[in-house]
Design a protein around this ligand. Sequence first.
Ligand SMILES: [Zn+2]
Length: 221
Amino acid sequence: MPVIPQSKPYRIGRSKTGLGLFATQPIKKGTKIIRYFGPLLDSKKADEDAIENKYLFELDKRWTIDGSIRENVARYINHSCKPNAESDVKPRKKKIFIRAIKNIEPGEEINYDYGTDYFKAYLKPIGCKCDACEKKRAKKKAEARAERAQVKAKDVRKAEKKAKKKAEKLVKDKAKQRPKARAQSGEAARGKAKTRRPAAGNRGRTKSTPAKTQTSRAKAA
Ligand SMILES: [Zn+2]
């Protein structure tokens, strides 16, 4: 790994996808953090145009920076769809700087958006692992889980309703078969309820209202 002077506000460290560049000091929004550099490739020279690696950074139609060299510490900066830095491309000067677009705290990983072409070629096929995308995926998963739970609950309710209906129908059908027995038992039940009511009332009431219970019992009598 390349040695980074202590005066620099970053260090190379472990990130989710391998190595990354992390702030070691607060970096203010708008600050140039690091230069992305390497040999200039000329697309007009066939042999240079044939070079292929993940660290190629296009300056314009003709010039590309090959950032794969060891000394280019900026190549450790990972992509993010919701970054805290950006690449500031100066085609005329043939230079690229990585600049903070947010205040970055010590310990925070430095990220910039690699752009659509890179994303399509390298990240989309394996799924972007940036925080923003991970969060999105987690949210989608949670939503799918919630939906599945909802569907399940609905099914349970439906099954319960069905079972209840079935039970009710069974009772009804039984009653239809013996209409006389039902009338009798119904009367018996009502009679029982009448005699039981004052006692139940007594149990439920507090000791301070015995008079009321008595009058209501008298009325009932
Ligand atoms: Zn992403």
